[in-house]
Write a new protein. Structure first.
Length: 138
């Protein structure tokens, strides 16, 4: 298993999805507390974390938020926890917790199912710029 600093949370994302890549760029921009590290699900680090957590990615086509030594979350719960961590105006997303997880995940799954059609996809995973490289696991 790869070594992840205890004060960091890892966001695993679909590295070939344009929507996912744009979401990662936005998350990096709003991560003022420098809390998050990122790994594409298709990357070596991503695969190691997924194997460690025993997640079947054929059944979970979703963002995964991994907090080492604490827990991991998927789909809408992971997305909301990430947004809630940003603070500021993002605190408004806390109102979405009133909806049951099943309902939130239904909406999440609908978007996830159509993301390639609506937003497109890349031939290969995003390669971070030198400035962003420290935010990504190898």
């Amino acid at each position: 298993m790869i070594d992840i600093p205890k004060n960091k949370k890892v966001i695993l994302f679909d590295g070939i999805c344009n929507l996912c890549n744009n979401s990662v760029i936005k998350a990096i921009r709003h991560d003022k507390k420098n809390t998050f590290l990122f790994a594409a699900i298709q990357s070596e680090s991503g695969k190691q974390i997924i194997d460690y957590l025993k997640i079947d990615t054929s059944k979970t086509d979703a963002i995964i938020l991994y907090e080492p030594g604490i827990s991991y979350d998927v789909k809408s719960t992971a997305a909301l926890k990430v947004m809630n961590d940003f603070g500021g105006m993002w605190n408004l997303t806390k109102v979405l917790w009133i909806f049951p997880e099943g309902f939130r995940d239904f909406i999440y799954d609908y978007i996830a199912k159509n993301r390639y059609q609506w937003f497109g996809q890349k031939e290969s995973c995003m390669i971070p710029t030198p400035e962003l490289k420290a935010k990504f696991l190898n």
